[in-house]
Design a protein around this ligand. Sequence first.
Ligand code: NAP
Length: 248
Amino acid sequence: MRLAVAGGTGMAGAHITAVAHERGHEVVVLSRSTGVELLSGAGLQGRLEGVDAVIDATNVTTAKPDVSVSFFAGATKSLLRAEQLAGVRHHLALTIVGAEAAPDGYYAGKLVQERLVSTSDVPWTVLRTTQFHEYAAMMFHRSHAGAHVAPAGRVQPVALHEVAEHLVDLAEGEAAGRTTDLAGPREESLADMVRRYARAIGYRRPVPIVHTPGTLGRALRSGALLPGTTALRGVQTFSEWLDALPDA
Ligand SMILES: NC(=O)c1ccc[n+]([C@@H]2O[C@H](COP(=O)([O-])OP(=O)(O)OC[C@H]3O[C@@H](n4cnc5c(N)ncnc54)[C@H](OP(=O)(O)O)[C@@H]3O)[C@@H](O)[C@H]2O)c1
């Protein structure tokens, strides 16, 4: 198959691209560093010729709803328009379990993305997953006033290589609409994950627990971002992911 991975140079996108290559697919990577600016559409023309499916793993780092909505709406519209012109028969979006529980920050953009995809004429699949194991690293490195902190929360993190395998499986099949969610094997304390990650990379100072403000903080602490009982469960635990870190 010929697969396009939008955001194929990013954290999730690199895993998706690697899995697609391992399976012998031809991969077209769409990102600014490969000459495609999705918000303006610059560089996109001609890149989707002969593409069977597009997996969207693009992202913007923000907690602001307007920035998130503007990015995900812009990138999604641009991709769907180009897919229609090129006759692509399958668009896949990677989104987040429980996004509606915190609709006034970053997740606002994810909800708009899902709405645009699910009302598009391009046959589609939306896969929601829980936080990746890497979320612990992201939270640790996002320091507050120069200090590293560990946000309180209940999460069920999943391995990115399992997300990538599943997305490529889905891309190899027919468009499935909103498909079954994918989560990790067990619930973890986010604060504990961040502290264990800090120790694993050799950080020895205290990492205080904080309560993230607003709806995201409440969603994290209440368990609203945990998967339902019907979600698929991955295999790799957070501990196994941590043990496999190069710095561990
Ligand atoms: N983090 C989690 O725990 C989690 C959980 C579930 C789902 N997700 C979803 O997974 C997706 C991927 O997240 P990630 O953290 O892997 O992303 P990431 O590492 O931030 O990568 C973002 C990608 O998007 C590309 N990109 C950004 N702006 C672009 C633009 N204007 N035009 C073209 N390409 C652009 C970047 O490449 P260039 O910089 O070269 O343009 C990069 O390849 C997101 O949609 C996120 O919501 C994340």
